[in-house]
Design a protein. Structure first.
Length: 154
């Protein structure tokens, strides 16, 4: 009987963790030199969620790992809003316009949110990225950026 109760407790624990997960969609977008886009954050939790968005340029190493840095000088990004409060089980859409004077450019829109705290009272912050690849032409833009960086991994 104790094994059954333990198993049910573990399943409940994992089910509860899955419910509180936050999501961003779409994760990756490819566009031309000038682009308009939007992404959505879904609050799957049972409490309101404050979200702030920060834009960063990034470059890739040969393994495809990104290194973030402040926005490049040739990147003009306009976010309609930089933060929002999302109700429980709610969704919020962030819209943006991006222009790159020297394509290709790669921008990560990092959505930060506090999702809880540790037993010691330390806040736990999660960052979810919406990634935008902008090239002269939209087709295969991400592939072009990865090839230019020498990325060999898929």
């Amino acid at each position: 009987m104790n094994k059954v109760l333990s198993l049910l407790f573990v399943q409940f624990l994992f089910f509860g963790m899955a419910i509180s997960a936050q999501t961003v969609s779409p994760i990756i977008v490819e566009c031309g030199k000038k682009c308009r886009g939007e992404f959505s954050i879904v609050n799957n939790g049972l409490t309101p969620l404050a979200v702030s968005v920060e834009a960063r340029s990034f470059s890739l190493d040969t393994l495809g790992h990104a290194t973030n840095r402040p926005l490049d000088s040739g990147v003009d990004l306009r976010l309609e809003e930089g933060s929002a409060r999302i109700s429980p089980k709610g969704t919020h859409t962030f819209a943006y316009q991006l222009k790159c004077s020297l394509p290709p450019c790669s921008v990560a829109l990092l959505s930060s949110m506090v999702v809880g705290h540790t037993a010691e009272g330390i806040l736990v912050r999660v960052q979810l990225a919406h990634t935008v690849y902008a090239c002269e032409k939209q087709k295969d833009c991400r592939k072009q950026v990865r090839a230019a960086a020498g990325v060999t991994a898929n």
